[in-house]
Design a protein around this ligand. Structure first.
Ligand code: SOE
Length: 379
C-alpha cells in the first residue's frame, strides 16, 4: 500500500464527543483504505491536567489550554470542535480564517443567523468542512436513503421521528458545567430542539427533502435549577420537551417529538416513513435492523421484513466483520471520518456541510419561534 498523507488533527474539547471522534480517528485506517491518515497532533482543553490525561489516553502528541494557540499552530491541518454550542461560531470562524479544515459538532450554531455568518466565512475561506450529524451513517439509515432514492417507496405521505430520553427528570440535577451545559440556555442555545430534534431534522432533510413550515409546542418541566458555575438557583431557559408537525416540500406530513422526560427511554431515536408502495422504520436501540414493508409482495406472505443490515453489500459493511456480525454507535463516527478523508482526496464536500447543517438550524429556529408564538411558522 502506498505511503499515506497525514492529516494533522487539533481537537478542541475532550468530553463525550471528544472521545467518540478520537476513537474514530484511531480506528479509521485499520478498516478503510484511504489516502489520508489522521494524526492526533494536539488536544485543547482549559484544564491542563485533564488535557494531559486525555492526550495520554488517546495518543495526542501535545496539548494546548487556549484554543486560539491551537489554531495559530502551523502543524494543525484540521480543527475538530467538540465544545459547547455557544463556542462553535467563534472557533469555526477563527479556524476558517486561519485556513484550517473544520469538523464541527452538532448543532452547527446557537441559531440560524449565527450559522449564516459561519457559512459565509467558511465558504469564503474555501476550507473543507462538515458537521457531525452521525446517525446518517448508521448502515441501516444509509440503506433507507438508498431505498428511497431508488424510488421504492413511491410517493411519500408521512415522516415520523422521535428522540426520547429520561436523564433530566430529577430537579436536583444542576444546569451548567461539564456535560450539564446542555441544560444551560446560554451555552446550548436551546434544549431538546437543538440537541436531539436536530438529529431527527438532519436525517429527515436528507431522506425526505426540505421542510416548508412548522407548528410546534415546547415545555420546560423543571423551571429552576442550581447553576453549577454560579452556585445559585437560576431560571431554566431550555425546552425540556418539544413536539412539532410540519409540511415537507414533497407534499408529505411530518410529526416529530423529543423529550428528556420519557421515563425508561435512554436514547430512543426512531423514524418511520410511509410511502405509496412501501414503508420503512428504524430504531436506534436496534440500529443494525431496517424494517421494510413492501405492498408489492405476494399477499399471502406480505408483512414487515426485518432486514439485518450486516451483509457486505450493505452500506459500509464490507469494511467490518463477516455477514451477521453487527456494528454499533461508535462506528457511525468512523464512517464519517472515512467519508471526510475520502472526499478530501477527491476534492468533494462531506455531507452535511456547514451549508447543509444550516438548513437544520433554520428548522430549529422556526420550531422554537412557532412554540413561543403559538403560530405556524415558515422555514
Ligand atoms: C444528549 O444526551 C446526547 O448525548 C446528545 O448530545 C447527542 O447528540 C445524542 O446523540 C445522544 O444524546
Amino acid at each position: 500500500m502506498s505511503e499515506k498523507k497525514n492529516l494533522n488533527i487539533g481537537l478542541i474539547g475532550y468530553g463525550f464527543m471528544g472521545r467518540t471522534h478520537s476513537n474514530a480517528y484511531c480506528k479509521v485506517n485499520n478498516f478503510f483504505d484511504l489516502e489520508y491518515r489522521p494524526k492526533l497532533k494536539a488536544v485543547c482543553g482549559r484544564n491542563e491536567e485533564n488535557a494531559k490525561a486525555f492526550a495520554n489516553n488517546w495518543g495526542y502528541e501535545s496539548i494546548e489550554t487556549d484554543w486560539k494557540a491551537l489554531i495559530a499552530r502551523d502543524d494543525i491541518d484540521a480543527v475538530d470542535i467538540c465544545t459547547p454550542n455557544n463556542t462553535h461560531s467563534e472557533i469555526a470562524i477563527a479556524a476558517a480564517k486561519a485556513g484550517k479544515m473544520i469538523l464541527c459538532e452538532k448543532p452547527l450554531s446557537m441559531n440560524a443567523p449565527e450559522g449564516e455568518e459561519m457559512v459565509k466565512v467558511i465558504e469564503e475561506a474555501g476550507v473543507a468542512n462538515t458537521v457531525w450529524y452521525n446517525y446518517r451513517r448508521v448502515p441501516a439509515v444509509s440503506l433507507a436513503k438508498q431505498l428511497i432514492d431508488e424510488g421504492r417507496l413511491g410517493k411519500i405521505f408521512h415522516y415520523r421521528a422521535n428522540f426520547l430520553q429520561d436523564w433530566t427528570i430529577s430537579s436536583d440535577l444542576p444546569q451548567g458545567g461539564e456535560a450539564l451545559w446542555r441544560l444551560d440556555v446560554n451555552a446550548a442555545g436551546s434544549g431538546v430542539t437543538g440537541d436531539l430534534l436536530a438529529h431527527c431534522i438532519d436525517t429527515a432533510l436528507w431522506l425526505n427533502g426540505g421542510i416548508t413550515d412548522v407548528s410546534a409546542m415546547t415545555e420546560t418541566f423543571v423551571k429552576e435549577r442550581m447553576h453549577s458555575l454560579t452556585g445559585k438557583v437560576e431560571k431554566v431557559g431550555i425546552d425540556d420537551a418539544c413536539s412539532f408537525m410540519c409540511h415537507f416540500g414533497n407534499g408529505s406530513l411530518g410529526l416529530f417529538e423529543s423529550t428528556r422526560y420519557a421515563r425508561g427511554h435512554k436514547a430512543l431515536y426512531t423514524l418511520e416513513i410511509n410511502g405509496e408502495n412501501a414503508s420503512i422504520r428504524w430504531d436506534l436501540h436496534d440500529l443494525h435492523r431496517l424494517e421494510y414493508f413492501d405492498h408489492g409482495d405476494d399477499p399471502l406472505v406480505r408483512g414487515w421484513r426485518s432486514v439485518h443490515v450486516t451483509d457486505g453489500d450493505m452500506p459500509y459493511m464490507d469494511k467490518w466483520w463477516v455477514p451477521g456480525l453487527q456494528i454499533g454507535y461508535e462506528h457511525t463516527f468512523v464512517h464519517h471520518v472515512a467519508d471526510f478523508l475520502d472526499n478530501l482526496a477527491k476534492g468533494t464536500p462531506t455531507s452535511p456541510t456547514f451549508r447543509e447543517a444550516l438548513e437544520t438550524q433554520k428548522v430549529c429556529d422556526a420550531v422554537l419561534n412557532s412554540a413561543s408564538s403559538r403560530q405556524w411558522v415558515n422555514v
